[in-house]
Design a protein around this ligand. Structure first.
Ligand code: SF4
Ligand code: SF4
Length: 157
């Protein structure tokens, strides 16, 4: 029996064109692979070594895109157009940017819409920054009764 092939895109509940580009700005790092660097090199017509040096930096054991001061957030990706909030290297952007957010919803877009409704202001931009800390639970003695509390790992220098 014949099979009908449908070319339907899954519906998404966010619109990057109406977002100040949280994903390009609030993470400390946008990881790049060797393939990403080669793509950047081709895009800018330079050698992979030049692209690596010019557009990326070392972040702990990862290679990441360089960042610059931003007009909205503290910093953002060097390739973000700070006026339009769009990617200036859209067709040469790294794989992680292509995959993000990998769901039909984007948490940051939901938060933006939520705050705009709460503030009754369609122009407001909630500014957040995301960073990752390691935590574990430890047992403490609270006046004879024990309880489990979160213990923060010290920040990395
Ligand atoms: S934060 Fe979400 S809605 Fe905003 S640009 Fe990134 S993926 Fe798009
Ligand atoms: S390369 Fe483009 S999509 Fe990726 S973080 Fe930078 S501006 Fe955003």
């Amino acid at each position: 029996m014949g099979k009908t092939i449908k070319d339907e895109q899954p519906r998404v509940y966010f619109d990057c064109a109406k977002c100040p580009a949280y994903c390009c700005s609030i993470y400390d790092r946008v990881q790049v692979t060797r393939r990403d660097i080669n793509r950047l090199a081709k895009h800018f017509g330079v050698s992979p070594e030049t692209a690596r040096r010019r557009y990326t930096k070392q972040w702990e054991d990862e290679r990441v895109l360089k960042r610059v001061k931003d007009v909205i957030f503290e910093e953002t990706c060097m390739f973000l157009d700070q006026e339009t909030r769009g990617c200036t290297i859209y067709h040469a952007r790294p794989a992680v940017c292509r995959e993000y957010p990998a769901h039909v919803r984007c948490t940051y877009y939901d938060m933006l819409q939520f705050e705009r409704r709460q503030q009754q202001d369609e122009t407001v931009v909630p500014v957040v920054q995301i960073t990752f800390r390691e935590v574990k639970k430890k047992t403490t003695d609270n006046g004879g009764a024990t309880e489990k509390v979160w213990e923060w790992e010290p920040e990395k220098p």
